[in-house]
Design a binder for this molecule. Sequence first.
Ligand SMILES: Nc1ncnc2c1ncn2[C@@H]1O[C@H](COP(=O)(O)OP(=O)(O)OP(=O)(O)O)[C@@H](O)[C@H]1O
Ligand SMILES: [Mg+2]
Length: 576
Amino acid sequence: MLKRFLHYYKPYRGLLALDLSCAFGLGLADLVFPAAIGRVVDVIVPAGDMPGLARFAVLLVLLYAIRAGLEFVVGYFGHVLGVNIQHDLRRDIYRHLHTLDTRFFDDTKTGQIMSRIVGDLFDLAEISHHLPEDLIMASVRLAGSLIVMLAIEWRLALVVFAIVPALVAFSSTFRGKFRRAFRANKETIAVINERIEESVSGVRVVRAFGNEVFETERFDEGNETFRRSRIESVWHIGVFSTGVSFLSNLGLVIVLIAGGYASLRGAVSLGAYVAFALYVSRFFQPIETLVRSMEQFQEGAAGFRRFLEIVDTVPTIVDAPDAVELAGVRGDVEFRGVGFRYGDGKERVLERVDLRVAAGETVAIVGPSGAGKTTLCSLIPRFYDVEEGSITVDGLDVRKATIASLRQAVGMVQQDVFLFSGSVRDNIGYGRLDADDAAIEAAAKSANALEFIRALPLGFDTPVGERGVKLSGGQKQRIAIARMFLKDPPVLILDEATSSLDTMSELAIRESLERLSKGRTTFIIAHRLATVRHAARILVLTEDGIVEQGRHDDLVAAGGVYRRLYDAQVESLLVS
Ligand SMILES: Nc1ncnc2c1ncn2[C@@H]1O[C@H](COP(=O)(O)OP(=O)(O)OP(=O)(O)O)[C@@H](O)[C@H]1O
Ligand SMILES: [Mg+2]
């Protein structure tokens, strides 16, 4: 895992080297002061050397000016390094996200993904440079003060080292605690994000049911779990830092006594004693830092592990090694013995489905809710892969075509239209990113959308908010249809495209859909049989597969499932 993280430093080797060498310099600079005091006390003051003191002062100011420069480099370029790494991590996880199976998004909450891409990576970026900087600085200080201390008075130094094993033993009891605590922090904040995301995007449902209190309580629950988790980790941090400082202060007391005694006996000079005491404080501080780094490392590792969980999720729906481009698609679509279910252990949705649709033909699919109409159609652009059998487009198994070319050839209009933030023009242009304004307007015209778009305050440049809150259902639908005119796919899937509309707009939309489906292989999924009664071929899909097919009149006359669906709808029309 560490190796994979180190990989992210690669492009910034220069920056890292600069940062770390300046951190090294900083560590060294901090070793000078105790020695300087020792010299002032032992040499300059006893000799009454005023000019010497002045020269010494100038030298020290110079040194601290250099130190300030180093500190700036570490502070600035270190953070630049961290920000760059964060950028790259985020780029990689985002790219990977778009390769993942549709199923991943079925099973993962948006808030979870958000908190990994935003929160976790932010922490990781901080740690990515602070940790190596701290390690270098602490090691230099530690090794440096160690050597100097040994040189000044090795017996005194040995007294100091006696405290080190106690420090290390104490710290190592915290490793597991920190790891668990930081993991829990990240998991619980993700739950909070998840709740926010859901209740904000579902705010209309929340209000319609007056369930604000319920939502608030659910949120409070997650918030409380996070609070407890955080408090537990700050408890560990508190005990840990207190213990470490107490132990190092004990070390200082030991030195005070032992050094004072040695100085009284004349074994060390006063200056050496003072310098030694200062080095001791510089000796324990890096130990504290090193131990704290361990804590940081645990936190970073928790974030990186969660990052890898997504990045290491292997997509199963990918281009085959020998995949070919689907070009000049005519649009023959064939299902052969198709069986499908959403994941192992789940119920089978489709079984032995056989279906041939010739290029340019329009078929309507009807059937009870949950029969698998949407599922059937989402297999064509490989949102999911079939479990048994095969689907072919122009005789080529969809799994043998490149995904990009396959999805280029298949268009889908859903009942629930998603609009991106941007203008109306942007949203229609989403159908073909390189389309010019004329093409976009022509598409809008074909979709019967020109009139209402022109009436908008800024016409085509009117911004539509998140999920297009400012447009009506029918208007969004027409934008989705305009998108499809632009995309111009040979195979078209219209899933319940008109079921949420009133009769007037349904008429306008149905007309544009008819125009759209001309010359394309079209699958129309509809609940209202009125929408499909003129279709040349109607398929009736139930849990047992395609049980009937034919024209409306023939199916009604046959007196099967279709007849029952039809009777039920006629009856409900009469009642209302
Ligand atoms: N993403 C999914 N993950 C797991 N199961 C799913 C998923 N989508 C649908 N299902 C299940 O598959 C079955 C078929 O669903 P599908 O949406 O294809 O039905 P449908 O015929 O389109 O229904 P409707 O007419 O209500 O739109 C249902 O039992 C449903 O619970
Ligand atoms: Mg459906």
